[in-house]
Design a protein around this ligand. Structure first.
Ligand code: PLP
Length: 390
């Protein structure tokens, strides 16, 4: 079988399992997406605070620009000539907000997660990672020289046993988790993880706040702020591509860690830095995030309503955030369910293996602060009335 035949056969198999994916064609219209001339409320957005659809914000930002400052490329890695001032300004602003010694900005969360762990690990490192961490973290672990054990999702009891068993056999152990998990919307117990980390002197903690930055904590710094443990986390990672309505990612860390990564992190060293214009926009947004408390409160409120609606209709909902799964089981059923929601004007997407474990295909709702309470009530009604038939 030649390569083309092989790929065709694999694609055919995916199709038969209802797991074939394609790039959707769509037009964005503020809170809505338009597909095949049908306008639907976007319930699959990562624009958690609604900043990406805020035209006023973009106009305000544009007024600050001139041809001098509109720099659409950095033309180079930050280690060569790509390190524009605005990078350092953004890092200083983040360090001030987090009250940290240092921060370091990367091109994306994917770059951060595939770059940091390989840089700081060696064969004398053990990584203990939650079973449900994001694909980018898994790839980072694969690229590292460390040994890795995945612990059962949020099972701090098992994690504690693993730490006891192994901490004397390795130079260092790195616990790796997300704060809000991408697919279930549930949360890690950060305080418990901090406690476990402090019980041994060679344990470090790595937390990915992709879904929490901008959304959680009084000033929007994430679950670490909310739990009062920013300083206890050795690698505090977040992205700008979600609530911050931009692109890129950050690490909050010590000065030494920052210097070490600048020397060792391949996804920082061997890539062209993000355009300065993008960093300037990120800085513009980051300066506003602490003041978005009303948006955060509203998002908390409607998320609670949606979770209650799911539970009232018999769906077990592990979520404790603005991400809420409606777990259906078979991929084909999840697809039918998504189509039904879309027919009623709600753009929600099915999530299937390998993104989630086999047999847990689901609709993944991802709410933003722009969604109105009435719209959630309408959705709740629809979940109750129509979907029972699937
Ligand atoms: C989205 C996401 C990433 C990737 O971030 P990008 O900036 O989009 O590359 C990493 N980790 C988690 C948990 C995510 O949800």
């Amino acid at each position: 079988m030649n390569a083309t035949e092989y790929m065709r056969k694999q694609l055919q198999e995916l199709k038969e399992q209802s797991n074939l994916r394609s790039l959707p064609q769509m037009v964005h219209d503020g809170r809505y997406v338009v597909i095949d001339n049908k306008r639907m409320l976007n319930l699959s957005s990562n624009d958690y605070l609604g900043l990406a659809t805020d035209r006023g914000l973009r106009e305000e930002f544009l007024r600050t620009l001139t041809a001098e400052t509109f720099l659409p490329t950095s033309s180079s890695s930050r280690l060569l000539t790509g390190n524009f001032n605005v990078y350092e300004e953004l890092e200083a602003e983040l360090a001030k907000l987090f009250g940290s010694e240092a921060t370091l900005v990367f091109n994306s969360g994917y770059h951060a997660n595939t770059g940091i762990l390989p840089a700081v690990s060696d064969t004398q490192t053990l990584i203990l990672a939650d079973k449900l961490v994001h694909a980018s973290i898994i790839d980072g672990i694969r690229l590292s020289a460390a040994r890795c054990i995945r612990y059962r999702h949020n099972d701090t009891g098992q994690l504690e046993r693993l730490l006891k068993e192994h901490h004397t056999s390795y130079r260092q152990i790195i616990i790796v988790t997300e704060s809000i998990f991408s697919m279930d919307g549930d949360m890690a117990d950060l305080q418990k993880l901090v406690e476990l980390k402090h019980a041994c002197n060679n344990v470090l903690l790595y937390v990915d706040e992709a879904h929490a930055f901008g959304v959680r904590g009084k000033y929007g710094l994430g679950c670490a702020e909310e739990s009062g443990c920013i300083r206890d986390i050795d690698f505090l990672v977040g992205t700008f591509g979600k609530a911050a309505a931009s692109a890129g990612a950050y690490l909050v860390c010590s000065r030494v860690t920052r210097e070490y990564l600048v020397n060792r992190m391949r996804t920082l060293i061997f890539t062209t830095a993000l355009p300065p214009i993008n960093i300037a926009w990120t800085l513009f947004i980051v300066r506003k995030l602490p003041f978005m408390q009303e948006e955060r409160q509203h998002l908390t409120h409607i998320s609670q309503l949606l979770r209650e609606a799911l539970q009232a209709n018999g769906y077990e909902c592990p979520s404790a955030s603005h991400i809420a799964p409606m777990i259906i089981g078979a991929s084909a059923d999840a697809i039918r369910c998504a189509e039904e929601l879309q027919r009623h004007g709600f753009y929600a997407l099915p999530v299937r293996p390998p993104t989630v474990p086999a047999g847990t295909s689901r609709i993944r709702f991802s709410l933003t602060a722009e969604i109105k309470e009435e719209e959630i009530r309408e959705l709740a009604h629809l979940i109750g009335a129509t979907l029972q038939s699937i």
